[in-house]
Design a protein around this ligand. Structure first.
Ligand code: MG
Length: 378
C-alpha cells in the first residue's frame, strides 16, 4: 500500500508540483491520496551535535573552533526527512533553546505533510525568533515531502541543476603565511571570499593577490563606519578584481549605506541587515542585493519567497550559509540555480560531516538526483 501511494505520487509529478505550489483543487486531491490511504502521523525527533571546524574561524568580531547544531528528523509512514539547525553563537540560539522550541512542535496534529504552508505557519507561530530551530523543521519537512513525491526540490521548483553557480570559499583572517597557505589549498575554487573589516584589510587582499588572481568577494561584517573611506576601499577593491561587497557598513547606518550603494562601482549585499521577508523590502534602495541564509530566514520555504520578492524588486541574490553539515547545505543548494552568487562552503569547513549530499565539484555546486534535499546519512 505504501509503495503504491509513493509510486502514484512519483508518476504524478505534475500533481505533486501543483499541490506544493498551492493549487487548491489539486491540493485537495493530493491530501485525499494521503489521508484516505494512511493514518500515518508525522513524528519530529532531534539531537544535538557539535561540528568541529578544520580551521579556527575568525570574523571581525570573534573567533571559534566549533559550531553547535541540532539534527532533526521527521518520520512519516516509514519515510524519514532530515533537517538541521546550525547555531553560531553570535546569532543567539543554542542547543538548549532549540531543544526547548522543538519540544513544543506538535506535528501529529497535521494529517498531510504536503500542507507545508499551514504546517510551517504553525511552527512559526509557536514563538518569535528561533529561526534556526524553525529551519530544522522546515528542511526536514521539505526533505520528507520531496521523498513522498519522489522528486528533488530543484525540480519541484522548476530549476535547472546544470545552472548551479560556483561557490565562493572563505579565507579567514590570519597571518600572511597562513593566508597564503589557505589560498593555495583553495585552488579548486573559482571565487574566494575574504573577511575584511579590520586594520589590515589591504594587506589581506595584497597577500592573496601575491599567490592568485582568482576573483574575490569581500565580507566586511559591518566593519567600515565611514562612508567615504568605504567608497575609497571599494574603488581600490574593484581594481583588485573583487566582484561584490557584503555588508560593508553597520546595518543601522541606512542613509550612509544607501549613499554608498548609489556611488559604489561594485554591488553591495545585505547580510547582517537581512533575516526574513520584511527585510527584503527594507533593503530595497539601500543595498544592491541580499544574502539569503536558511538559518536566519526559517528555511527553504521562506528562502524561496525572499528570492522571488528580491527578483521582483530587481535586486541581486546571494545564497549563504553557516558552518553546517551537508544536510543544511544540500537544502540551500536546491535554490542555487536561481541565484547570482553562492557561498555554500559551510560543510567543507568541518571535519565531522554526517551526511552525503550536494557536493562542491571543481568549485561548482553539484546537486544529486536523489529526492527531497538529496542527502543520505554517512
Ligand atoms: Mg556575511
Amino acid at each position: 500500500m505504501k509503495q503504491n501511494r509513493r509510486n502514484f505520487l512519483k508518476t504524478s509529478g505534475l500533481l505533486a508540483g501543483a499541490a506544493i505550489a498551492g493549487t487548491t483543487s489539486v491540493n485537495v486531491s493530493a491530501a485525499n491520496i494521503i489521508t484516505n490511504n494512511s493514518s500515518a502521523k508525522m513524528k519530529l525527533t532531534f539531537k544535538p551535535y557539535t561540528l568541529e571546524l578544520k580551521h579556527v574561524f575568525t570574523i571581525a568580531t570573534s573567533s571559534r573552533s566549533t559550531t553547535p547544531v541540532m539534527l532533526t528528523e521527521i518520520e512519516y509512514d516509514g519515510i524519514v526527512g532530515y533537517g538541521e539547525a546550525s547555531m553560531p553563537p553570535y546569532l543567539g540560539e543554542t542547543q538548549d533553546t532549540a531543544a526547548k522550541f522543538l519540544s513544543r512542535v506538535d506535528l501529529g496534529q497535521f494529517k498531510d505533510p504536503f500542507e507545508i504552508e499551514k504546517i510551517l505557519e504553525y511552527v512559526d507561530s509557536i514563538e518569535t525568533g528561533n529561526a534556526a530551530a524553525k529551519a530544522s523543521v522546515d528542511i526536514a519537512l521539505h526533505d520528507l515531502v520531496g521523498k513522498l513525491a519522489g522528486q528533488p526540490w530543484y525540480k519541484i521548483w522548476g530549476l535547472d541543476k546544470t545552472t548551479t553557480p560556483n561557490t565562493s570559499f572563505t579565507i579567514g583572517i590570519d597571518t600572511p603565511d597562513v593566508v597564503r597557505q589557505k589560498v593555495k589549498e583553495a585552488a579548486e575554487f573559482k571565487i574566494l571570499k575574504v573577511k575584511l573589516g579590520r586594520e589590515n584589510d589591504k594587506e589581506m587582499i595584497e597577500t592573496i593577490r601575491s599567490v592568485t588572481n582568482t576573483p574575490l568577494c569581500v565580507d566586511v561584517n559591518q566593519g567600515w563606519e565611514d562612508k567615504e573611506m568605504a567608497l575609497d576601499m571599494i574603488h581600490w577593491l574593484k581594481e583588485k578584481n573583487v566582484t561584490f561587497v557584503e555588508q560593508p557598513m553597520p546595518k543601522t547606518q541606512l542613509d550612509d549605506m544607501a549613499w554608498l550603494t548609489e556611488n559604489s562601482p561594485l554591488p553591495t549585499i545585505a547580510d547582517e541587515a537581512m533575516q526574513r521577508i520584511p527585510d527584503v523590502v527594507k533593503a530595497h534602495g539601500i543595498y544592491s542585493g541580499i544574502n539569503i541564509k536558511l538559518m536566519k530566514c526559517t528555511g527553504m520555504r521562506e528562502a524561496y519567497k525572499m528570492l522571488t520578492l528580491a527578483r521582483a524588486l530587481d535586486m541581486k541574490v546571494m545564497l549563504g550559509c553557516m558552518t553546517e553539515t551537508s544536510c543544511a547545505i544540500s537544502a540551500a543548494s536546491h535554490l542555487s540555480p536561481a541565484v547570482d552568487w553562492a557561498d555554500l562552503d559551510g560543510a567543507l569547513l568541518i571535519g565531522n560531516d554526517v551526511f552525503d549530499g550536494t557536493k562542491i565539484v571543481d568549485g561548482k555546486v553539484t546537486l544529486t538526483d536523489r529526492p527531497g534535499i538529496g542527502v543520505v546519512k554517512i
